[in-house]
Each structure stands twice: as structure tokens, then as C-alpha cells.
Write a protein that binds this ligand. Sequence first.
Ligand SMILES: Nc1ncnc2c1ncn2[C@@H]1O[C@H](COP(=O)(O)OP(=O)(O)OP(=O)(O)O)[C@@H](O)[C@H]1O
Ligand SMILES: CC(=O)C(=O)O
Ligand SMILES: [K+]
Ligand SMILES: [Mg+2]
Length: 575
Amino acid sequence: MATAARSLYLPTPPKPSNPSPNHRLHVPSHFRPRLQRHGHRLAASSSDLTSFPDPAPTPNGVYVPLAAAHAAAVAAIDVDAATEAELRENGFRSTRRTKLICTVGPSTCDAAELEALAVGGMNVARVNMCHGDREWHRGVIRAVRRLNDEKGFAVAVMMDTEGSEIHMGDLGGAPSAKAEDGEVWTFSVRSSDTSLPDRIIHVNYDGFAEDVKAGDELFVDGGMARFEVIEKLGPDVKCRCTDPGLLLPRANLTVWRDGSVVRERNAMLPTISSKDWIDIDFGIAEGVDFIAVSFVKSAEVINHLKSYIAARSRGSDIGVIAKIESIDALKNLEEIIRASDGIMVARGDLGAQIPLEQVPSIQQKIVRTCRQLNKPVIVASQLLESMIEYPTPTRAEVADVSEAVRQRADALMLSGESAMGRYPEKALSVLRSVSLRIEKWWREEKRHEALELQDVSSSFSDKISEEICNSAAKMANSLGVDAVFVYTKDGHMASLLSRCRPDCPIFAFTSSTSVRRRLNLQWGLIPFRLSDSDDMENNLNRTFSLLKARGMVQSGDLVIALSDMLQSIQVMNVP
Ligand SMILES: Nc1ncnc2c1ncn2[C@@H]1O[C@H](COP(=O)(O)OP(=O)(O)OP(=O)(O)O)[C@@H](O)[C@H]1O
Ligand SMILES: CC(=O)C(=O)O
Ligand SMILES: [K+]
Ligand SMILES: [Mg+2]
């Protein structure tokens, strides 16, 4: 049984309806008009940034008009409503591969706004525990769940911890304060003394006044405003503004001395603070899909959190994402990536700790290493920063987004643009259309980089899965198949396929709703929930009839089907 289960299936014999003797060598004739059709549609729809069609709901708010006769069959498979609309509109070769994350904040926290983001292609909703209280976060998390249950989305939820960074107080409730050139401001560790008229700013870290020295430079938000330390008076540190700028509530603070960041005792602060542990318990109780850990310094904290989660939430699996935003994280990069379930390139704080001109090469290095080690990677911060205020992005922002897509990052993230900006949906639609355009360009130009993927398997059985996925992706490209179907229990084989970044989309079928949501973070995966069966023939037949009933595949479509239970690979036409 074991050997039979591992047999590599040869392509199925051509179906009588499509008797092509050279099935494996030629693109089947039915497939050519399809390619042209898709090519034409995409060219027409993505010719400019703003005209990419939204997956539109029908007037009654139902995304998927279903023939009554098929309703029962359709209930047996869960498909994301936004993806389904996109598949019907553009065919599956042109679905978006890059995943999109939106930080939810005051601009986007009510049900209608969240739904607009889901319709616009949000794959993951992020809540940042630095801002807002737990009741507010609970409301958002539950609203996303409701949206999934009632409207057929599969949006995952990511909770981002506050971490032990040094930051300013909340400015006594003021939305911002302006620091002018030459002004003297007091940064004080005395609590609740914040008083803007007197230019006093509270600092959350007790060691601050002891760690700094006269002559040090104090950067607010990575340099949005800068001060020079002129004098220390007990808990108060007097600073002169040298680069005027806007101070925002709870803005991050870094101290620089002789051209590098001072990390005295603040480097000893715990990565996960006592407040973070309470937030993590809250996240586990609310069933979030991912916990993103801020200011990770080593793999140890990730391993610790993973065992904590495993002990606390039996059965439900929460992905732990390590945020790379400090010098310590860069020092221990590879071990952190290996320990985590995914990585975020948190360019906001990272750019406050290292010279800005180093950020692009580090981003590329992290993205590449994650792909090698088979971990999803998110590029975050300031992708479309100007869209917080303006309805169109700058050319430079579009180029930055394009570069992240070209590097084939798994996901792009909006921060302030969606949390408190004026144009959250427009920002999301820019990410969507730029992703689609650059991905199409890459496929047309056949920009397959000769990336030799290293072996990531930890057992012989894993090795077989990995080889099957590598071969399937290669075959998918050379045969020009419409999609790879992968039947996966825990999502592992789906992620191995995603890692190969094949030309066609990957339909991932899993019986677990939480695995399905988590797969939403990974490049090129279209996750479906399908009830379990160990019989591959039965799985395929059910999938074909269910997806045909929804108009998502057609007879004659060419697919490669894999199963992680059987470790099998088949090439076939949809009957
Ligand atoms: N829940 C919230 N309530 C109020 N404002 C929020 C909330 N979430 C985000 N924001 C606003 O959006 C901005 C950008 O969000 P983002 O999550 O990137 O935060 P950040 O403060 O830059 O910290 P981080 O480094 O953790 O990303 C924040 O500075 C804040 O002004
Ligand atoms: C996202 C985040 O935490 C940062 O860019 O700093
Ligand atoms: K955070
Ligand atoms: Mg940060």
C-alpha cells in the first residue's frame, strides 16, 4: 500500500471527448482560444490603474447567483466570494497571485467598510494592538468573522502585538503636534505629564533618561522629525528640534549616536511584554489566524510563543509571524525565519534602525530567504503612504509596489492607508491592479529567474512531497495547464507549490476552515473548503462537478492534480 500510494501517476489517457494523441506534448486545441480570450480580457481591463473592474455584487447583495438545481451541490464546497467573482470575470489564468493585507482602523472598522475591503480583494485583515482597546479589536475581529460566515469570504485575521518599543505618549488626546525648527521640547519619563502647550512629551520607557547623552540625536517615527539632546534633568530630557515635523500619538522613538542606533538597556526589554501576553490570550480566545510579533530579536521568542499557543489552543492552529524591524532581527534572520510560520518586512521601524538606503536590499534578501525556506513573506509599510491623504498614488509608490510584486513576495500590506486614511478602498484597488499588471508582465516575458530551490524537507516523505510539487510546477509551466489542484490536509503541499511560483493558479482544497483561511496569505493559492475523502478519484469528480456547476471550470480545462495523502500527481482534462 505504501509503495502504491507513492506511485507517480502518468497523465491520464486522453478522454474520448478530446482524443489528442499528443496530449503531453502539445497545448490541447481547446486551450488555445481560452488563452487568447483571457489575454484579450486582461489587456482590456488592466490598461490603466483605476479601471480594473471590481468583483461586483449583484444588486441584492448576493455575490454568487446560483441555479437552484445546483444549490445543494454548491453547498458542499466553500469558495471565497471575491475570488469566485474574479474567476468568472477573467478566467483563472489571470487571477491575482499576490495576497493583500489591510490594517483595520477608524477608517475601515464598520461592517460596510470591511465588506468593501473584502469585495476589493482583502485576503487578511490586520489589527494593531498598539492602537485602540480590546473591545474595539473584539468588534473588528467578530465583524470579519461575520462577514466570512454570512457573505462567503475567507478573510483571515492577523493580530499584531505592540512589543516593547520606545514610543511617545498619546499627546493628551491631540491628533498631532507640530515641532518647529529650533524649538526646545521636553521628553520625560514622568507619567501623565504630557502637556502640548508646554512642549512636554511622555516617553513610555523608564530607562530613557538614563540611556541618552547630550549630543545624541532623537528620531521621531524614523526621522519624520528630529531632535538633538541638549540637557538631562532627572527624568526630563531637553531636546532641540533640528528637523521640524509632525509628532503623532504614540510615535516610535529611536536614539542615534555617532551614526548608529543606541541600544542600551532597551535591547533587554522583553520582545513580548506583559501587556502583549494579555493581548495574545485575547487573540487566542477570539480565534485569530495569525499573531504577528513586533520587534523579534531571536528565534527563541517565536519557539516560546508557538509552544504557548499549542498548549492554550488545542486543535486550532495559529500562525506566528515574525516582524523583522530591528538590528537584532537582522543578525539572527535565518534562525528567526526557520522558527516562524511567516515573516513581515516591517519597513517602518526597520528604516528607523538602519540607514534607509539599506532597506531595499534587505527587503530583497528577506523575500528570497523566505522563499528558499518556504515561509510566506509580507512586505509592509508606506507602500502607498501618500494615499492616506490623496486619491492617487505617486509614481514612486507604484514603482515600490511593483518591485515587491516582481520579487514575488507573498503579500503586500496597507497600514495607515487603510487604517486611518481617506481612501482605503482606492489604495486597495491600486495594490490589486498593480499586482495583476506586474504578474501578467512577468508571465508574458517569461521572467522565470533561475532560482535553484533548496531542499527544505525534514523526512523522506516530505522530500517526496517536495519533489512532486517541484515537478508539478515545472510541468504546469511547460504544458501550459490552466490550474494545479492540490488536495491537502494541513496545507503543506499547497505551500510547497506556492513556493515554486508557477504560471498558473493553485486551487487548494482542504477540509479545514482554519487551514483554508491561513492559506490565504500565500502567493498564488486559491483556497477552497471541501469535505474530506481519501479517494482521489472521488475528490476529483466531486470537485469538477461542483466547480462546473458554479461556472468556475469548463470541460476540457487542463489541470494537474496532486494529493498529499496519496502523494500522487495526475494530468487531466476536466471531463
Ligand atoms: N486601531 C486603531 N485605532 C486608531 N488608529 C489606528 C488603529 N490602527 C492603526 N491606526 C492608525 O494608523 C497608523 C498606521 O497604522 P500601523 O498599524 O502601521 O501603526 P504604527 O503605529 O505605524 O505601528 P507598527 O509599527 O506596529 O505598524 C497608526 O499610526 C495609527 O495612527
Ligand atoms: C508594520 C510595522 O510594524 C512597521 O513597519 O514598523
Ligand atoms: K504593532
Ligand atoms: Mg513596527
